[in-house]
Design a protein around this ligand. Structure first.
Ligand SMILES: Cc1cc2nc3c(=O)[nH]c(=O)nc-3n(C[C@H](O)[C@H](O)[C@H](O)COP(=O)(O)OP(=O)(O)OC[C@H]3O[C@@H](n4cnc5c(N)ncnc54)[C@H](O)[C@@H]3O)c2cc1C
Length: 227
C-alpha cells in the first residue's frame, strides 16, 4: 500500500492481507482498466478512459492481453500509468432510509505501470493463465496457442506492488430514530448466476466435460445451478 492506495473514507473497511487480495482477484472475471489516453502523443486531447478487460493473476503480478491495435494496450505499454479495479458484489443492503442503503462488496484497486511481456514462453504462460483463470481446466482441453496467435497478441504485466482492498459486510446500519420505521430491512445476497451450458451446432450432443458442467464462481460456488 502507498499514500495513493491508502483508504481515507471508512478506513476500517481496508484489508491488507495478501491472501484476501489474491482471493478477490482470483474470483473476479472482469477488470476495469483506466488510464489517461490521448494528449500530445495520442493525437487528441488527454482524457481518462476506463475499459473492461479479462485478466489473470500469477503470484504478485496481473496479466492483461489484447490486440496490438488496442489503444489502451498501446498507451499502457508506452508507460502510461494504469489503474485496474476488480469488484465483487455480494449483497444489496436494504436500510430503513434511502440514505443508508448500501452494497456488500469486495473490491481491489491496483495502480502502477504495466510493461509488455516479450519473452515467448512467459507470453504463452500468461495467455494460458488468462484462459484458465476464466474457465479453470480449459487450457488442457483445447489446442495450444499457435506462434502466430501469440505474436498477434499483446500481453502486459502489472506488479501488485501498489494495491488496496476494501470490503463491506454485514447488515444495514440505520439511524437509531429510524428503527421503528415500517420498512423491511436486511440483505439481498447477490452473485454470479450460471445457466446450463449451450453446445454449438458442431458440438451437438457430445458429453459436456466437467470443467464446463461444473463451472461456478464465488461463495457457495453452485451459483443456483443443480449440481
Ligand atoms: C467482458 C469484457 C471483456 C473484455 N476483455 C478484453 C480483453 O481481455 N482484452 C481486450 O483487448 N479487450 C477486451 N474487451 C474489449 C475491450 O473492452 C475494448 O473494447 C477493446 O480492448 C478495445 O480497446 P481500445 O482501447 O482499443 O478501444 P477503442 O476502440 O480505441 O476505444 C475508443 C472508444 O470506444 C469506446 N469503447 C471501447 N471499448 C468499449 C467497451 N468495451 N464498451 C463500451 N465502449 C467501449 C470508448 O468510448 C472508447 O473511448 C473486453 C470487453 C468486455 C465487455
Amino acid at each position: 500500500m502507498t499514500e495513493r492506495t491508502e483508504l481515507r473514507r471508512i478506513p476500517d473497511r481496508s484489508v491488507t492481507d495478501r491472501d484476501a487480495i489474491h482471493a478477490v482477484l482470483d474470483e473476479g472475471l472482469l477488470a476495469h482498466v483506466g488510464l489517461i489516453a490521448g494528449g500530445p502523443a495520442g493525437g487528441d486531447a488527454a482524457h481518462p478512459v476506463v475499459i473492461p478487460m479479462l485478466y489473470a493473476r500469477d503470484g504478485e503480478r496481473l496479466y492483461l492481453h489484447g490486440s496490438p491495435a488496442s489503444r489502451l494496450l498501446r498507451t499502457a505499454k508506452k508507460g502510461a500509468e494504469v489503474c485496474v479495479t476488480v469488484t465483487l458484489l455480494d449483497a444489496l443492503v436494504l436500510a430503513r432510509s434511502g440514505l443508508h442503503h448500501s452494497m456488500n462488496y469486495r473490491s481491489v484497486v491496483v495502480m502502477g505501470t504495466a510493461v509488455e511481456v516479450t519473452d515467448a514462453d512467459e507470453k504463452v504462460a500468461a495467455l494460458d493463465r488468462i484462459v484458465d483463470h476464466t474457465i479453470p481446466g480449459r487450457v488442457a482441453a483445447v489446442r495450444p496457442a499457435r506462434e502466430s496467435e501469440v505474436r498477434a497478441t499483446t500481453v502486459l504485466v502489472l506488479p501488485l506492488d501498489e494495491c488496496s482492498m476494501k470490503v463491506r459486510t454485514g447488515p444495514p446500519i440505520d439511524d437509531d430514530e429510524d428503527m421503528d420505521e415500517d420498512a423491511w430491512a436486511g440483505l439481498i445476497p447477490i452473485g454470479v448466476a450460471v445457466g446450463e451450458p449451450v453446445p454449438d451446432d458442431d458440438t451437438g450432443d457430445d458429453p459436456v466435460p466437467d470443467h464446463v458442467a461444473d463451472w461456478a464462481r464465488g461463495p457457495g460456488r453452485a451459483n443456483g445451478r443443480a449440481v
